[in-house]
Write a protein that binds this ligand. Structure first.
Ligand SMILES: Cc1ncc(COP(=O)(O)O)c(C=O)c1O
Length: 451
């Protein structure tokens, strides 16, 4: 890893950014984007030469770390061979990527529709579900994020939905399981599972089962809290869907491709949805790519009848070549197994030990390299460290936590009152320990906000 500081170049990058780049999700004049000079593996660095351990995997997408040499080479080779070609043709990289993905997805999810990212994957999944069933409504959970396009943001439960709502989406929200803050006054996971399923059935009954096209869930809820479904919940939703002829969609955009220590999070519970959406880890985001894995039954709907959807860049050769190289490298290098091992032997035990030392930790939960540290003001009452959707002074304890991590060279992922530990799936034990030691130190600041 050669880092050659060049502050002058950094200033030019920053100046052009501030003059011309319009950033996602931001009040443009209130942000201060870091100018990044380079990245390798689990680290990246700025033009001053300061290095950061990437505990965010960017937006939880660089599952194989930065600049994986096999994937970089595959993109270069594909660029020399065939940069781009329309979706209507059969292209080697596209065929092979689809084959490798279908081989890994559960059950009979054997046909792949490619998109440029996760939101478009969810858009197309609900389009398929609506056409397959002839019904309109889609059910999703309040604690969720499904993307920023029109339907995907309407499916989303988190506050990013509010300014985007049209009020005519046909989307209905319900509560998924969350044992630590149970909406059902459950005292254990089994109760939470049973009551969450009863609640879902009631929502379906009152909406009219014959009007519901699909239920979409993040297999493990990501940004909204790394919520692991209790045993039996996903199987219960599968059974409800089968009973009412509802399409079951699992959004594995964040949880898929190794993040939870299995190829797909659904593999932990042996559940097969009718449609599975993916993006991010499929090629670590080296080139934009997402898609929908489609069951035989839904593929059959479009065997004689045209599917009314498409994208100029569906199955883009550079993106597909990078997916082929990523999936092969993940298998060759045991990257999914590494994620599982790191979660079981390092992240889990160390976070649980930290919870003993830090009164601000309410709960730690996770699988693989997908962990949340939920921060509270009071362990007894479970009052969150910051209120739901806090901004400005109300969010100060979380802003301080993030700033203190960055000062110490750790790039954090925080959301509301949570710190997410989401390094690359091929992170080493030493790297994880380095990051957790910084978190341990910084949590002493957070502890001061507890009562
Ligand atoms: C679970 C989930 N679904 C969908 C999306 C949207 O993906 P994209 O940003 O690629 O459109 C995300 C992005 O974070 C996600 O986490």
């Amino acid at each position: 890893m050669t880092i050659s500081p060049d502050p002058v170049a950094g200033q030019a990058v920053k100046a052009a950014d501030r003059a011309h780049v319009f950033h996602s999700w931001s009040a443009q004049s209130l942000i201060d984007p870091l100018a990044v000079a380079g990245a390798e593996g689990s680290y990246f660095w700025d033009y001053e030469g300061k290095r950061y351990l990437d505990f965010s995997s960017q937006l939880v997408n660089t599952n194989i770390g930065h600049q994986h040499p096999k994937v970089v080479a595959a993109i270069q080779e594909q660029a020399a061979k065939l940069c781009t070609f329309a979706p209507a043709f059969a292209i080697e990289a596209r065929s092979e990527a689809a084959r490798l993905i279908a081989e890994r997805t559960p059950g009979d999810l054997d046909k792949i529709f490619f998109t440029n990212g996760g939101a478009e994957a969810n858009e197309n999944a609900i389009r398929m579900a609506r056409l397959h069933t002839g019904r309109q409504k889609v059910l999703s959970t309040y604690r969720s994020y499904h993307g920023a396009t029109a339907n995907a943001i309407a499916l989303t439960g988190d506050p990013r939905r509010w300014p985007n709502e049209t009020g005519v989406s046909g989307i209905v929200h319900f509560w998924g399981p969350y044992p630590y803050r149970s909406n059902f006054h459950a005292e254990n996971e089994a109760q939470e599972c049973e009551r969450a399923l009863a609640h879902l059935e009631q929502v379906i009954a009152f909406e009219g089962p014959q009007t519901v096209a699909a239920i979409i869930l993040e297999t493990v809820v990501g940004t909204a809290g790394i919520l692991i479904p209790p045993a039996g919940y996903l199987a219960g939703v599968r059974e409800i869907c089968d009973r009412y002829g509802i399409v079951f969609i699992l959004d594995e955009v964040m949880a898929g491709f190794g993040r939870t220590g299995e190829w797909f999070a659904a593999d932990h519970w042996g559940v097969t949805p009718d449609l599975l959406t993916f993006a991010k880890g499929v090629n670590s985001g080296y080139v934009p790519l997402g898609g929908v894995a489609i069951s035989g039954k839904i593929a059959e709907t479009f065997a004689e009848r045209p599917f009314p959807g498409g994208l100029t860049y569906s199955g883009h050769p550079l993106a597909c070549a990078s997916a082929v190289a990523t999936l092969n490298a993940m298998a060759e290098e045991g990257i999914v197994e590494n994620a599982k091992h790191i979660g079981e032997t390092v992240i889990g035990p160390e976070l649980r030990a930290m919870a003993e030392r830090h009164p601000s930790i309410g709960e730690v939960r996770g699988l693989g390299v997908f962990w949340a540290v939920e921060l509270v003001r009071n362990r007894e009452t479970r009052e969150p460290l910051t209120p739901y959707n806090a901004a400005g002074p109300a969010n100060a304890p979380m802003a301080e936590l993030a700033a203190e991590c960055k000062k110490r060279g750790l790039w954090p992922f925080t959301n509301m009152n949570r710190f997410h530990v989401v390094p690359p799936c091929n992170v080493s034990e030493t790297e994880v320990k380095e990051g957790l030691a910084i978190l341990d130190e910084v949590l002493t600041f957070t502890d001061q906000h507890t009562a």
